[in-house]
Design a protein around this ligand. Structure first.
Ligand code: PLP
Length: 384
């Protein structure tokens, strides 16, 4: 089944490399990241691509994207420092986190960052004071569409359209440069029509603002592009075709500049997490369901399995008859149950020491890994 996700050549490379390494660890195929980046380029030829660093902030991976000419969406001064250390100039950075301290805005401004995203008055006032004259994207609340996604970012970010209009006016008055509208349709958004609804809203807002003589130039469509997990998705080309058509429908020939901030869609499929079965157990002698405890869990890489939101494809070299399992991680916390309600089936012959390969784990695994819960170290990563 791994062949549904990786070429034979790539898979053999992963297995050969992994063979004598102590689990758990993540292997990231940098060529896959290169290919995906080019795919985004080809499918959205007029868009500027700002990789969302939080999805996987490994320096080897960031360096690859830097060399390909990518820009970067950063969420903190720590990510800012990392990018500057890698030699990425501040014109290639966008401070996209709407939640930031005034002193961090000042720091970013001093380092040369001139592009920010905001969604509330207090932050606009901080930006005007600490980052005068900077370009600002105004983030729209997308609660109606993000509920369809597998990892929604609803409620917490963005503001209602009317508020956005007020913020644009305020920003202009305070000497900032209102630049565009941003949104995020929710991460792992498989429903392409979510972008339709979002672009329609942005268009209405553009019209309104133009009437108020507050024209904007750009749309930041955020991330949301899905990776192939257990539930397969359409290829990126299908998303692009549809989304480009929505833009054309609403904006016609006067399509604004387009910014994209892919995280998961760019790096998710490039990673394979290699783990080992620690124990196989049953709660009673006659129990039909086995508990499989592995050396990777919610706290050292699989955070997105909370509420069983993201369902990774799992591969094992064992074959034969399969049966229901509950999969759980190695820590002393009952939150550390990976899949219980969604019934995974694994071979009955599975035993301690057997390896489990978690496919499409390049995004939000290392960056979500705790630093030492129960003494387990953060997830190790190898870049090939
Ligand atoms: C997390 C995030 C992204 C990346 O989202 P994906 O769904 O992983 O592509 C992009 N933009 C912003 C502002 C984000 O917070």
């Amino acid at each position: 089944m791994y062949r549904d996700y990786y070429s034979a050549v790539d898979w053999d490379k992963i297995i050969a490399f992994s063979k004598d390494k102590e689990t758990p660890f993540l292997v990231v195929l940098l060529d896959e990241v290169r290919e995906k980046y080019q795919e985004f380029r080809a499918n959205f030829p007029n868009a500027k691509i700002y990789y969302a660093v939080k999805a996987n902030p490994g320096v080897e991976l960031l360096a690859v994207l830097r060399d390909l000419g990518s820009c970067f969406d950063i969420a903190s001064t720590h990510e800012l420092d990392r990018m500057l250390e890698l030699g990425v100039t501040p014109e290639r950075l966008s401070y996209g986190n709407t939640i930031k301290k005034a002193k961090h805005i000042r720091y970013a401004y001093e380092k040369g960052v001139r592009l920010y995203t905001s969604d509330c008055e207090a932050d606009i006032r901080n930006l005007a004071r600490e980052a005068p004259g900077s370009r600002v994207f105004f983030r729209l609340l997308m609660d109606a569409v993000t509920s369809d996604s597998d990892w929604p970012l609803s409620r917490k970010f963005g503001c209602q359209p009317r508020m956005a209009i007020e913020l644009v006016a305020l920003a202009a008055e305070l000497g900032l440069e209102p630049y565009g509208i941003s949104f995020h349709v929710g991460s792992q958004q498989r429903e392409i029509s979510a972008w339709d609804a979002a672009v329609a809203q942005v268009h209405a807002l553009f019209e309104w603002l133009a009437k108020d003589r507050l024209p904007l130039q750009a749309i930041n469509m955020g991330g949301g592009f899905p990776a192939d997990y257990l539930v397969k998705t359409n290829p990126l080309s299908v998303y692009a075709e549809e989304i480009n058509a929505y833009l054309k429908t609403y904006f016609g020939a006067s399509t604004p500049e387009i910014y994209l901030e892919p995280g998961r869609g760019l790096v998710g499929e490039a990673g394979v997490l290699v783990s080992e079965v620690v124990l196989v157990s049953k709660k009673s002698k006659t129990d039909l369901k086995r508990w499989i405890y592995t050396d990777v869990g919610v706290f050292n890489g699989l955070m997105e399995t909370i509420d069983e939101s993201i369902k990774y494809p799992i591969y094992t070299e064992k074959s034969g008859e399969v049966g229901d399992v509950v999969l759980a991680g190695p820590t002393c916390d009952s939150l550390d149950i990976i899949y219980e309600h969604f019934q995974y089936e694994l071979p009955l012959s599975l035993e301690s020491g057997d390896r489990l390969y978690w496919l499409s784990t390049g995004a939000y695994t290392t960056s979500y890994s705790s630093i030492e819960f129960n003494g387990f170290p953060p997830l190790k990563t190898y870049y090939l």
